[in-house]
Design a protein around this ligand. Structure first.
Ligand SMILES: NC(=O)c1ccc[n+]([C@@H]2O[C@H](COP(=O)([O-])OP(=O)(O)OC[C@H]3O[C@@H](n4cnc5c(N)ncnc54)[C@H](O)[C@@H]3O)[C@@H](O)[C@H]2O)c1
Length: 539
């Protein structure tokens, strides 16, 4: 490809806020980590991740082939990456390879992410169970003697982890029940609570999970000290349903709900006339600076209601109650509020972080399928940034799980860079391509669909620049397709695509910048010829 002087700035994912705990299964080969893990995951309704599987999927080869071609050292390197990615997830049942705990520091990070259960059995029993698996690289032709030898060498490492669970002579069901009980006893019930520094005066508190609205009365009281009244501003599609629930919980918190004030559904709300109407309504209702705005709806409703809160009475407090996947995964956290103007999206806006975000994942049940699906692209984007080897988990996980991961990822980048001047730009992964596709298609390709196509293109560009694995683009595409998202760009006029990139370049101060997947997260690359970059829209 034609490449000018390409410069790359690494955007390494910062530490993530703690989520719900993982259940981590460790132990010698043959102790049943995968079988127990899969059954425990089903029982707990959590996704299951087998780090050996994630290595074979990411490398496109079996563990034995990797061992044969790259020796044990090569395998351990991939294992370390898979364990590190698993440690960045939350609420996941993780079965680890038998050798994973040998990397003590790496495994310690995974162990800190949740509850570790170390499955155990004696050498004779393990040799019996492994009877059919002598092709395992470390056992090759060694038989029971080799099992005993390896087990003895590794036992101190497993013992040091604690959490031992005996499997010998016990039924599978009993082993699974015990692992599940240990997890449940240390996993707090109810929605997850996070606190994020977003650059505002107070941190943004976040409650995320099914049923979060009904459990938010005390969080509302804590986040809005001194507030007696709050204006409820809601997207028209949710005013009678989710906004009514919000008004009820405000009353339970001792805060009088004012309104609800309805907004035109979707993007039409982000208009200066709608903003002015909100100012009028707040004024007529006699809202004073001690009041708050509670925004209920998708990203569009949150953007305009947030802008009204930022500007009314020189700024009053904001609570966001996102009701779309995109708004939960992206728009509700991070402080950006804006309206569209003169035909330009988000032309006029400010930073005004919410003091509280209530992400009740059950509100997504009423979403039109296309709106729901388009939000999933942002979740996949976040997984590419924080745990690329574990990407495939997204394909079968619940929506609540995906939103939890996306919110934690967004929180990490926003806390590290609240004003979006540096590392937070990683969150634009896929978006340069997406904006070009939206613009060149006259917005007939929806934003979420364009982001999906853009993520695959960004991974292809990253691979062409040698910044990420060549296999990543296909893996991202497979997951997105499984979620019903498009991954191939429609036929678009190349001159329109180039024009869109040129407009982006002007906005970015003279250089088209792409975010591509890179070790540890992403990298911002500039200096790539636009035509060559657009070639990444095709395999
Ligand atoms: N501020 C930020 O950081 C940020 C980040 C990303 C996107 N955004 C903005 O978000 C907007 C897109 O947000 P979106 O994808 O949520 O779309 P949206 O707000 O336009 O909502 C999409 C549709 O879903 C309907 N809807 C919302 N919740 C519903 C529910 N629970 N049940 C049924 N219908 C429901 C709406 O009426 C609308 O028709 C864009 O304007 C974008 O600029 C802002």
């Amino acid at each position: 490809m034609t490449v000018l002087a390409v410069s790359a700035t690494p955007l390494v994912a910062p530490p993530l806020p703690e989520g719900r705990p993982n259940l981590v299964l460790a132990g010698f080969m043959g102790t049943g980590k995968t079988t127990v893990g899969r059954a425990a995951a089903a029982e707990l309704a959590l996704p299951f991740l087998d780090t050996d599987d994630s290595i074979t999927t990411a490398r496109g080869r079996s563990i034995s082939a990797i061992f044969a071609e790259e020796s044990e050292t090569g395998l351990r390197r991939y294992e370390a990456a898979a364990v590190a990615d698993a440690a960045r997830l939350s609420a996941t049942v993780v079965a680890t390879g038998g050798g994973a705990p040998l990397d003590r520091d790496g495994f310690a990070a995974l162990a800190r992410s949740g509850v570790t259960v170390v499955l155990r059995a004696g050498a004779t029993e393990l040799a019996r169970r492994l009877g059919a698996s002598w092709e395992r690289p470390l056992l090759m032709s060694g038989g029971e003697h080799r099992v005993a030898e390896l087990l003895q060498a590794r036992s101190p490492v497993y013992e040091a982890l604690g959490g031992r669970l005996e499997t010998e002579g016990r039924r599978l069901g009993a082993i699974v029940d015990e692992a599940v009980a240990r997890y449940r006893s240390s996993a707090p019930a109810g929605p997850l609570r996070l606190e994020i520094a977003c650059g505002g005066e107070a941190p943004t508190r976040v409650i995320v999970g099914d049923g979060a609205i009904s459990e938010s009365a005390s969080a509302l009281r804590d986040a809005l000290p001194g507030a007696r009244r709050a204006a409820v501003v809601a997207d028209g599609a949710v005013i009678a349903s989710h906004a009514a629930d919000v008004s009820e919980v405000l009353r339970a918190a001792g805060i009088e709900p004012v309104g609800p004030f309805g907004l035109p559904p979707g993007e039409a709300a982000k208009h200066v006339d709608v903003l002015a109407t909100l100012w009028d309504r707040f004024h007529e209702a006699g809202l004073d600076p001690s009041a708050a705005v509670v925004a209920v709806g998708g990203g569009a409703a949150l953007d305009v209601a947030g802008f009204a809160a930022a500007t009314y009475a020189r700024g009053i407090r904001l609570v966001n109650v996102p009701t779309t996947v995109l708004a939960m995964a992206d728009a509700a956290v991070g402080g950006k509020v804006a309206i569209d103007h003169a035909g330009a999206k988000n032309l006029v806006g400010v930073f005004h972080p919410a003091v509280l975000v209530i992400a009740d994942t059950s509100t997504c049940a009423t979403l039109p399928p296309a709106v729901r699906r388009q939000g999933l692209a942002e979740i996949v984007k976040c997984l590419v940034l924080i745990a690329p080897t574990a990407l495939e988990v997204a394909a079968d996980a619940s929506l609540a799980w995906g939103i939890e991961q996306a919110l934690r990822a967004k929180a990490a980048f926003v806390s590290a860079d609240p004003r979006d001047r540096g590392i937070r730009r990683a969150l634009n992964l896929g978006h340069t391509f997406a904006h070009a596709i939206e613009s060149a298609s006259s917005h007939t390709v929806a934003h979420g669909d364009a982001v999906a196509i853009g993520l695959v293109a960004a991974a292809r560009l990253g691979a062409r620049l040698g910044m990420c694995d060549a296999a990543l683009a296909d893996r991202v595409a497979t997951v997105l397709e499984h979620l019903g998202l498009p991954t191939a760009a429609p036929a678009l006029d190349p001159s329109l695509l180039r024009r869109a990139l040129a407009a982006d370049k002007k906005r970015a101060g003279g250089a088209v910048r792409f975010i591509v997947p890179a070790p540890g997260g992403a990298a911002l690359v500039s200096g790539v010829d636009a035509g060559a970059a657009l070639g990444s829209l095709r395999p």
